[in-house]
Write a protein that binds this ligand. Structure first.
Ligand code: B12
Length: 214
């Protein structure tokens, strides 16, 4: 298994989309835990790509290729994640998206998939979601949760702005706001008045589920 995870890691590092897809398919045949393959193989790879980019070893094209390979592998594994965990009853309705100005969607998509796999009805608004779109959709769909992802220190402010707009639209009290993404934290969530914060996709499921019980 360790060797296999190492190959997944390498495929992202090389920006080898075909190789990553092949490994993702192979992991299904071998009945490996998809979450483990994602977290300890592919995600580790994309994080390493980021480090190499930061230190100037990799340039933007390599960063993009790594991310694309990661996304391709993820799209193979997503249906398996869903099939493994899906529950018959829907627990509640949840809106998710990456905030305005931010196009990072890998983490957001993993979180959305995991929540969906655990029975939440998920409406994924995608990336670069205008602040007002979160509010409008939340109102229209009467959602129980609004979840926002932000990977940039320059865009995380939009999480706060959406919370303000939800209050202005008088629907803030009707729903829980959950925030996440690398630059965010529990402290940040508290500072902007979000109800919930989770560091990763597994925690997001646990936090959302426990919020339902309160
Ligand atoms: C891949 C990547 C890209 C890809 C994105 C491809 C895609 N389709 O998503 C591309 C190449 C397009 C890209 C572009 C840019 N990027 Co970029 N990118 C990354 C990189 C390497 C990995 C991000 C990633 O996918 N991680 C893997 C996922 C699984 O982790 P995650 O996103 O953190 O998500 C997990 C948790 O945070 C959490 N989570 C995430 N969302 C949510 C939401 C909720 C509700 C919850 C509860 C939890 C949660 O759960 C997830 C799963 O465990 C990071 C470096 C890094 N180490 O993070 C830089 C990084 C985020 N990028 C960075 C930058 C600067 C940029 C650019 C501005 C570069 C440029 N000069 O053009 C542009 C921004 C464009 C824009 N407007 O958005 C910086 C941000 C710096 C900062 N602090 O603001 C980083 C940190 C790199 C760095 N160290 O400098 N990037």
């Amino acid at each position: 298994m360790q060797d296999f995870l190492e190959k997944c890691f390498e495929s992202i590092l090389q920006g080898d989309k075909e190789g990553a897809v092949k490994l993702a398919k192979e992991s299904i045949e071998l009945q490996y835990d998809p979450l483990k393959v994602i977290d300890e193989g592919f995600v580790k790879g994309v994080k390493r790509v980021g480090e190499l980019w930061e230190e100037g070893t990799y340039f933007l094209p390599e960063l993009v290729l790594g991310a694309e390979a990661m996304k391709a592998a993820l799209s193979v594994l997503q249906p398996i994640l869903l099939k493994k965990n899906i529950q018959r009853e829907k627990t509640s309705k949840l809106l998710i998206g990456t905030v305005q100005g931010d196009i990072h969607d890998i983490g957001k998509t993993i979180v959305a998939t995991m929540l969906q796999a655990h029975g939440f009805e998920v409406i994924d608004l995608g990336v670069d979601v205008p602040n007002h779109a979160f509010v409008q959709k939340a109102k229209e769909q009467k959602v129980d949760f609004v979840c926002m992802s932000s990977l940039l220190t320059t865009t995380m402010q939009n999480q706060a702005k959406v919370i303000e707009e939800l209050a202005k639209a008088k629907i803030r009290e009707n729903l829980k706001v959950m925030v996440g993404g690398a630059p965010t934290s529990q402290d940040w969530a508290k500072q902007i008045g979000a109800d919930l914060y989770a560091e990763n996709a597994v925690e997001a499921v646990n936090v959302a589920k426990s919020a339902l019980q309160h």
